[in-house]
Design a protein around this ligand. Structure first.
Ligand code: GTP
Ligand code: MG
Length: 192
């Protein structure tokens, strides 16, 4: 139904400029499934590069969504330990520059691993996004790897912690679970 086309890749803050369409970003810890989610939403396996080794995505990638005309933005994951301090700082600055003072950004899809209890890094990011007055769309990833009971538990926990009114989207890139619901939420934010 929607088509995704990689339109721009930014490795430095200065490369983030020059765009004018609304944006929806995907944020979350390294390896949580951001790039896989892009592939599932786009209906193609190799749109975004994925890897079982954390730290795969190192640039900010802008995917044009047709026919609606906005950008889905795949961000590098945070909390990736196996790289130098300098490199981590560089990514941090790039993400910070992207999120702050970005009037095109309509919402941040926050990816959370359905198998894990809330992690400090996730809470920090949720807090940070909120202090920037950005809308959050929380998504529980890798639902195919998690028992229904556990998913319900973690869904309740996050709803409480974040004080959510809408239910969290339960998602699996493997089975496509939650794909239509997530598209709906994203389009709502772009239109609103
Ligand atoms: P970085 O680019 O390092 O920030 O990671 P990422 O968040 O983009 O994660 P990526 O999409 O590369 O996925 C990491 C690993 O998790 C890969 O081995 C994926 O195949 C796997 N994975 C992602 N989503 C799912 C899912 O819904 N179900 C299952 N079973 N595996 C998944
Ligand atoms: Mg990635």
């Amino acid at each position: 139904m929607y088509k995704l086309i990689l339109e721009k890749t930014a490795y430095t803050p200065s490369q983030l400029s020059g765009l004018d369409l609304p944006q929806i970003a995907l944020a979350g810890r390294s390896n949580v499934g951001k790039s896989s989610l892009i592939n599932t939403l786009g209906g193609r396996k190799n749109l975004a590069k994925t890897s079982s080794t954390p730290g795969k995505t190192r640039s900010v990638n802008f995917y044009l969504v047709e026919p609606v005309k906005f950008h889905l933005v795949d961000l590098p994951g945070y909390g990736y330990a196996r790289c130098s301090m300098a490199e981590r700082e560089k990514w941090g600055l790039l993400i910070q520059k992207f999120l702050e003072d970005n009037s095109l950004l309509k919402a941040v899809v926050l990816l959370l691993d359905s198998r894990l209890e809330p992690q400090v890094l996730d809470l920090d990011l949720a807090q940070y996004v909120r202090t920037l007055n950005l809308d959050l769309i929380p998504v529980l990833t890798k639902a195919d790897k998690c028992k229904q009971k556990k998913i319900e538990h973690i869904r309740k926990t996050w709803t409480q912690i974040l004080g959510l009114t809408d239910p969290l989207v339960v998602f699996s890139s493997k089975t496509g679970l939650g794909k239509d619901q997530l598209w709906e939420r994203i389009i709502q934010k772009v239109a609103g």
